[in-house]
Design a protein around this ligand. Structure first.
Ligand SMILES: Cc1cc2nc3c(=O)[nH]c(=O)nc-3n(C[C@H](O)[C@H](O)[C@H](O)COP(=O)(O)OP(=O)(O)OC[C@H]3O[C@@H](n4cnc5c(N)ncnc54)[C@H](O)[C@@H]3O)c2cc1C
Length: 417
């Protein structure tokens, strides 16, 4: 969209073209209003596209979805009740994407990617009159007015092509994302800008922290060929807390669902973790099976034949348990409690998602900021969090949809006949 139109007034300015911002626009196109989406990046939805690289887990079919939001469950429950997993699946189907169900309740578009869905989604929005301006950065509200909102209008300051423009809107929806993967646009820089408007004495802003992040491990060269390989059906234990699931070996460490469950631990709390490579088999059964083997064959064959331990699980044993113990009981103990030495947490920028941002107490039921009338928030920039498994996008879509409806009500917009 040509930047010469950028400074014209608009009914609803949506800042951030991620899943939350786009879903807000999708609600609002049903009403008579002008809608403009701004994104600082040269194209919208970059993190959403990245999410599709390893299979876009778009929502969850589990019956206890709300429980996954932990301490935020009561806050998010009424929002997800109005736009939840079934609505998300229907929305995908309306964009021509067949839905498939994976393990652990995971739901994916059949093509597993984000790009076909995003392409049709954007085409629909533009066809219905939504203006999308990329490479346009929201900088601030106009401080000259002393408060962002005056006469029920907001003056937003936006920079595009090195020129700063004021944009007056009746409502501004901020959907600026969290503070990870800054190269995809969500750099969290809005935090210090909003600090000028929100009363931090009321804890309106919560510092960012990684919510789903991996751990670093300095692998030996033997492990390099296992990069990207999942270690399935294991139990991971840190400081006495055990979680069952799977993780993936990366070039520089380990990532994945079961690992992310520990990512909010303080630095130093986690210099090692233990892996039970065979959580469904008891220590004594493993020891007995090992005893039955003559040890005449190579160790690889011995573990493969007696226990079915092959591939990446065997490589982990070699990496962390060599030289192997003499007795079968001792070996069985190691298989049940393999100690992985960690070299620290990945930095926040490598986290799948972050917690922190605008406190849920800082917004009303319609997600409007108490301290900034006519300014609303949606998506990961709000302080809620959830594990991976489709719950993150579910929360972003749900808050995006909710904010769209709430702005329509607040501005008393009329439905298009
Ligand atoms: C590798 C990876 C894989 C993932 N896989 C999954 C998955 O399978 N399932 C799942 O549920 N979740 C997944 N997620 C998480 C999910 O992608 C995010 O939670 C989601 O994209 C957040 O949506 P959002 O709209 O709140 O913010 P974002 O998607 O981060 O969008 C925010 C937008 O705001 C723009 N912006 C920021 N500041 C400004 C500014 N000042 N001016 C203008 N524009 C600005 C950014 O450019 C960006 O486009 C994954 C994340 C990553 C990194």
């Amino acid at each position: 969209m040509d930047s010469k139109y950028l400074n014209q007034s608009v009914d609803v300015l949506i800042v951030g073209g991620g899943p939350a911002g786009l879903m807000a626009a999708t609600e609002l196109i049903r009403y008579k209003c002008t809608i403009r989406i701004l994104d600082t990046m040269p194209s919208v939805g970059r993190k959403f596209l990245m999410a599709g690289k390893s299979g876009l887990n778009i929502t969850s079919s589990n019956s206890d979805v709300i429980e996954r939001y932990g301490e935020f469950r009561d806050w998010i429950a009424p929002i997800i009740e109005k736009f939840g997993p079934n609505d998300i699946m229907q929305f995908c189907q309306s964009l021509g994407q067949e839905i498939i169900f994976g393990s652990s309740g995971k739901v994916f578009p059949k093509c597993m990617k984000s790009s076909p869905l995003l392409r049709v989604w954007l085409t629909n929005l533009v066809r219905q009159g939504v203006e999308i301006h990329t490479s346009s950065r929201w900088l601030d509200f106009d401080k000259k007015t002393n408060s962002a909102t005056k006469n029920n209008r907001i003056t937003n300051i936006v920079r595009s092509n090195n020129v700063s423009y004021p944009i007056i809107s009746k409502a501004t929806i901020l959907a600026l994302g969290g503070a990870s993967w800054s190269r995809l646009g969500s750099d969290g820089k809005w935090y210090n800008i909003l600090r000028n408007y929100l009363q931090t004495s009321k804890n309106s802003l919560v510092p960012f922290a990684p919510a789903n992040a991996g751990f670093k491990i300095r692998w030996s060269r033997h492990m390099m060929k296992f990069e990207g390989i999942p270690v399935k059906s294991v139990t991971v234990k840190i400081n006495g807390i055990a979680k069952k699931g799977e993780f993936v070996v990366t070039r520089t460490g380990i990532e994945g669902g079961v690992i992310y469950l520990f990512s909010t631990m303080e630095k130093g709390e986690t210099d090692k973790l233990e892996v039970d490579l065979m959580p469904d088999v008891s220590l004594l059964t493993i020891a007995k099976k090992l005893d039955r083997n003559s040890r005449k064959s190579t160790l690889t064959n011995f573990l493969r034949k007696s226990l079915g331990l092959t591939g990446v699980k065997f490589a982990l044993l070699r990496e962390f348990a060599y030289p192997y113990p003499e007795t079968t009981l001792e070996f069985a103990r190691i298989i049940k409690n393999l100690e992985l030495r960690l070299d620290g947490n990945y930095s926040i920028d490598f986290a799948i998602s972050t917690k922190g941002g605008v406190a849920t107490e800082a917004v009303n039921n319609g997600l409007m900021l108490y301290d900034l009338p006519n300014v609303f928030c949606a998506g990961e920039m709000l302080n809620w969090s959830a594990p991976t498994g489709g719950y993150l996008l579910t929360g972003c879509f749900a808050t995006g949809s909710h904010v769209g409806k709430s702005v329509a009500k607040y501005l008393n917009l009329k439905l298009i006949a």
